[in-house]
Write a new protein. Structure first.
Length: 365
């Protein structure tokens, strides 16, 4: 079959694009060579290869200098991938995520580290914590909170004793889709997904698949993988997972709430990456406990109010001592390097039986 002939005008424009692409390729490789030299200097000096604050600075500078017509968000995505590819030449970053391929956790990792990151797939968030703490991975990505279902309790429990700290976060807009081998919903006997995804879609499932079993599995991508093995099963997962496992999207965006975001924390050992300097938009995460006495929780809030520190999250978890004691997980706005935050935290620590800073990091955009 013969290809249609392009008009002279179109052919001329294509030649221009080809020439520009060659120039871009030359410049990208020049940047990569400089990045390799940066890596050699960092190795000699013993400084971290991955600096998320530096990545943010570069992307912010580029997007503000962007004259268009490309949108700022698209320029940011392009530059994140360029920097990720260059970092892979300096020192590939091994990142532990919840597997298998196609999870929202994987998507969050790619959004933060770029597509050149070396991803290590784990069977649970517990494994992500253990792999990062043991040094099998330099970084880990764990779910901590969903806008509809609340906190990921297992992650909160793991933060209590892990030596890792939080150095960043990703807020991911989650769209759940019904996936299966065929293109219709007839004959579905079981729907497989992570328990939180099943909960986030329970209204839709009750209406459209009232008789199908709801079977919890370790991740949405695992549900999609299993759905690819049985025509009577369906999974709830991302379009990325559908592509990964060769499934059809039977129904798009089946979550009960249109606004459905999941917050992921980026963790590592302190010697891998220390807390960044203040960015002006920071969050400090704590876990504390107080003696069981009247007014103890009220007293926790007094130093924050006194020093003008805003609290953005307050969660409680049982201490598992059998004595009805609780740990409190708190997020506050600000950085400990700021005087008013430091004063509030110092007074707060005096009131606590247990006090641990989980991390200080720039908030997700």
């Amino acid at each position: 079959m013969t290809q249609p002939q392009a008009s002279p005008d179109l052919a001329s424009l294509r030649v221009q694009i080809d020439n520009i692409d060659q120039q871009l390729l030359t410049l990208l490789n020049q940047r990569a060579l400089v990045a390799e030299r940066v890596g050699e200097v960092k190795k000699r000096e013993g400084t971290p290869f991955f600096r998320p604050d530096r990545v943010a600075q570069v992307i912010d500078k580029i997007t503000h200098a962007n004259p268009g017509p490309l949108k700022g968000a698209h320029v940011a995505a392009i530059w994140r991938e360029i920097m990720s590819a260059c970092l892979a030449l300096e020192s590939p970053q091994r990142v532990a995520v919840l597997g298998p391929e196609g999870t929202f956790c994987e998507q969050a990792a790619i959004e933060y580290f770029g597509g050149a990151a070396d991803l290590m797939y784990c069977n649970s968030f517990d494994e992500v914590f253990h792999a990062t703490a043991a040094g099998s991975a330099q970084y880990g990505v764990v779910g901590v909170e969903n806008s509809n279902e609340g906190v990921v309790t297992r992650s909160l429990d793991m933060f209590l004793h892990t030596p890792c700290h939080i150095v960043g976060e990703v807020s991911l807009l989650v769209r759940h889709n019904l996936l299966r081998q065929t293109q219709n919903a007839e004959g579905i006997e079981a729907v497989l997904a992570h328990p939180q995804a099943l909960a986030q879609c329970q209204g839709w499932l009750a209406k459209h698949l009232p008789h199908a079993e709801r079977r919890p599995v370790s991740s949405n991508a695992e549900g999609a993988r299993l759905a690819a093995t049985n025509p009577a099963w369906a999974g709830i997962a991302s379009e990325r997972a559908a592509q990964q496992y060769g499934l059809h999207v039977v129904a798009h965006a089946i979550q009960d709430e249109a606004y459905n975001r999941t917050r992921f924390a980026i963790i590592c050992l302190p010697h891998t990456l220390a807390s960044a300097a203040p960015s002006g938009h920071d969050c400090t995460s704590l876990v504390i406990s107080v003696p069981n006495r009247p007014g103890a929780v009220h007293d926790l809030l007094v130093p924050l109010k006194k020093h003008g520190v805003s609290m953005t999250r307050f969660e409680s978890r049982p201490a598992r001592t059998g004595q009805w004691e609780y740990y409190f997980y708190i997020d506050i706005e600000g950085h400990p390097a700021q005087a008013h935050v430091a004063s509030a935290l110092a007074e707060l620590q005096q009131l606590c039986a247990f006090y641990k800073v989980l991390g200080t990091y720039p908030t997700a955009a």
